[in-house]
Design a protein around this ligand. Structure first.
Ligand code: AMP
Length: 197
């Protein structure tokens, strides 16, 4: 099963993708996680990406497309994957099409988590508070001001990705404003309708 999760930052993509991983046994390919790992490891990609990420901007298409192309070659991605945080631009969506085409693979579903953007800043403040309370590190880009920049980047560059898939009849919209379990149930029901196995 090959899936894409779309939706603005803070929509719950990471949370829901982790549940799909647990239920369906396919890896979650989060470009945000991969980039944060590269930053932590101090790799050349990490060094290039760090400042942009801290400021809430988008890392270059070239870098992100490169890491996804490498990642989907790994053995665990052979049985499928769920892309979380990618594609984030039209150029990335087109590059993904080419990568899959080259391998003779198709996407099974593109899920878009629809949320009320005016509620997202509150959500992100809560996410930071919960992480702090649990003694976990708080993401630098979960600062409310940086978060607003991330939301602007989403509306400027990423919001056009959903219509790209909708035009091809591949998009399923999910109401992401319900409690986490209800959103998971809606996703599972959508998957049982769209995924052939
Ligand atoms: P995320 O964890 O998905 O919210 O991503 C955190 C940050 O990583 C984003 O704000 C971007 O700076 C960068 N990033 C993650 N995925 C992408 C992508 N597909 N294209 C460009 N930048 C990305």
């Amino acid at each position: 099963m090959r899936l894409i999760f779309l939706g603005p930052p803070g929509a719950g993509k990471g949370t829901q993708a982790a549940r799909i991983v647990a239920k369906h046994g396919i890896p979650q390919l989060s470009t945000g996680d991969m980039l944060r790992a590269a930053v932590a490891a101090g790799t050349p990609v990490g060094q290039q990406a760090k400042a942009v990420m801290d400021a809430g901007g988008l890392v270059s298409d070239e870098i992100v497309i490169g890491i996804v192309a490498d990642r989907i070659e790994e053995p665990d991605a052979k049985k499928g994957f769920i892309l979380d945080g990618f594609p984030r631009t039209l150029a990335q969506a087109e590059a993904l099409d080419k990568m899959l085409e080259g391998k003779g693979l198709k996407l099974d579903a593109v899920l878009e988590l629809k949320v009320d953007q005016s509620k997202l800043v509150d959500r992100i403040v809560r996410r930071a508070e919960e992480a702090r309370a649990a003694g976990q590190p708080v993401r630098k880009d979960d600062d409310p001001e940086v978060f607003k920049t991330r939301l602007e980047a989403y509306n400027r560059d990423t919001a056009i990705v959903a219509p790209y898939y909708a035009k091809r009849g591949q998009l399923t919209e999910i109401d992401g404003m319900h409690p986490i379990d209800a959103v998971s149930a809606a996703i599972e029901s959508a998957l049982s309708e769209t995924v052939r196995g």
